[in-house]
Design a protein around this ligand. Structure first.
Ligand SMILES: [Zn+2]
Ligand SMILES: [Zn+2]
Length: 136
């Protein structure tokens, strides 16, 4: 978390209270969260922020590539910290989200795509939908 804050500072941006708190929330979460969950998290540390302020800060963190957006099948927008490349296991019953790291087989697929389609894949997003351990 300190690395992220230092980088923001080094790039010449202000480390406001809300900015610090939001980075803290993202680092602490082990799953993607919605803007209203962020708002709740902020109120837990006594920061009152309206939706506009939260969105402005989200935009800032997105532009700096500190966080990224994900959309699941519920069509809500989720945000998570940019960390190691991973995918998500999304439970359709209880909506829990677990992160999973796949071994390199997708790189192989990306090479095949390039060979067959002459399309150079730069990134991908992959979510698995099903039932979690508790819901099977
Ligand atoms: Zn992947
Ligand atoms: Zn579940």
């Amino acid at each position: 978390m300190d690395n992220i804050l230092q980088k923001i500072k080094k790039d010449g941006f202000r480390l406001t209270k809300i900015r610090k708190a939001m980075v803290g929330i993202f680092v602490g979460e082990k799953k993607p969260i919605t803007s209203s969950e962020i708002q709740e998290g902020l109120s837990l540390v006594d920061i009152k922020a309206d939706r506009t302020t939260v969105y402005r800060e989200l935009l800032f963190l997105l532009e700096r590539k500190i966080i990224k957006k994900i959309q699941f099948s519920d069509h809500k927008m989720y945000y998570e910290i940019c960390s190691d490349h991973h995918h998500h296991l999304v439970c359709l019953k209880c909506n829990s989200v677990k992160e999973i790291v796949l071994e390199g087989h997708l790189e192989r697929q990306e090479k095949d795509i390039y060979a067959k389609e002459k399309f150079k894949v730069l990134e991908h997003s992959l979510e698995f939908y099903g039932l979690c351990e508790k819901c099977i």
